[in-house]
Design a protein around this ligand. Structure first.
Ligand SMILES: Cc1cc2nc3c(=O)[nH]c(=O)nc-3n(C[C@H](O)[C@H](O)[C@H](O)COP(=O)(O)O)c2cc1C
Length: 214
C-alpha cells in the first residue's frame, strides 16, 4: 500500500451508485477505524449515527443542503458525527472505568492522575458551552481524516459534508434530549461510472507554499 497513491486516489465523490452497498465486513472495519481514532486526553467525545435505509435518509433529508441531498439519497451509508453536549461527569467517569478495564493503569495513583489531568484539560477547553463544542468538534475532524483515508484504502468512496443545517439536524434526530449535537455528515459508498469529479485533476498549493524547513 503506497500512502501517497492512496492520498491521490481519495477524492470527494459527487455522484453515488445507489445499487452498490458496502459489505457489512467492510463497514465494520470502518467503524473500528472510527473507534480507534485518537482524541485529546482520550476524551472520545463522539457519537455516530449510521444510516443505511431510505426511511432514515428521508428523516434527515430536510437538514441536508443542496447539492448534497442526492449524495445522501444514493450513498450506501451516511454517518452523522455528533459530540456529547455537555461533556458531563458521567462521560468522564465512563472513560476512566473503560481505561481501567482495558488495563491502562498499573496503580490507583496513575488512575487518579489520568482522571485529574483529563478533567483539567476538559475544563481548560470549556470556558463556555460553545468553546467546549468547538474543542470536541476538533476531535471529530481527526476521526473524519482517518475515516476518509481508511475508506479509500479499502476502495470505498466518500464525501465529507459541512453542507447541512446543524440545528435542523439536531431537531430531526432529537439530539438535545440525547445530550448530543451534530458536527459533520459523511457519506460512504461507490461512485457512478460518470462521476466527473473522479477524473477532475486534484488541485493543491505547491509544497513551497505549504512547508518551511527550519
Ligand atoms: C470538513 C469538510 C467539509 C466539506 N463539505 C462538503 C460538502 O458539504 N459537500 C461537498 O460536496 N463537498 C464537501 N467537502 C469536500 C471539499 O470540497 C473537498 O475535500 C475539496 O474541494 C478537495 O477536493 P478532494 O476532496 O476531491 O481532494 C468538504 C470537505 C471537508 C474536509
Amino acid at each position: 500500500m503506497n500512502i501517497v497513491d492512496l492520498s491521490r486516489q481519495r477524492y470527494t465523490t459527487k455522484h453515488y451508485d445507489k445499487s452498490k452497498k458496502i459489505p457489512a465486513s467492510q463497514l465494520e472495519q470502518l467503524l473500528e477505524v472510527i473507534r480507534n481514532s485518537p482524541s485529546s486526553v482520550n476524551s472520545q467525545p463522539g457519537h455516530f449515527f449510521i444510516i443505511d435505509n431510505d426511511q432514515a435518509r428521508n428523516k434527515i433529508m430536510p437538514a441536508i443542503m443542496e447539492p448534497n441531498k442526492a449524495r445522501v439519497a444514493n450513498a450506501s451509508h451516511t454517518l452523522i458525527f455528533c459530540v456529547k453536549s455537555p461533556l458531563d461527569d458521567q462521560h468522564l467517569q465512563n472513560l476512566l472505568a473503560q481505561e481501567d478495564k482495558d488495563g491502562r493503569f498499573k496503580t490507583e495513583e496513575i488512575k487518579q492522575m489520568e482522571d485529574q489531568g483529563r478533567r483539567f484539560f476538559v475544563n481548560y477547553n470549556s470556558a463556555n458551552p460553545q468553546a467546549q463544542y468547538e474543542w470536541e468538534s476538533k476531535q471529530l475532524y481527526i476521526v473524519l481524516g482517518q475515516l476518509l483515508f481508511a475508506a479509500t484504502a479499502i476502495g470505498v468512496d466518500s464525501t465529507p459534508m459541512e453542507g447541512f443545517e446543524k440545528e435542523k439536524m439536531d431537531e430531526l434526530l432529537g439530539l438535545k434530549q440525547l445530550g448530543l449535537k451534530s458536527v459533520l455528515v459523511v457519506t460512504l459508498g461507490y461512485r457512478t461510472v460518470d462521476d466527473s469529479n473522479a477524473s477532475r485533476p486534484k488541485s493543491r498549493l505547491p509544497k513551497e507554499q505549504l512547508f518551511t524547513q527550519l
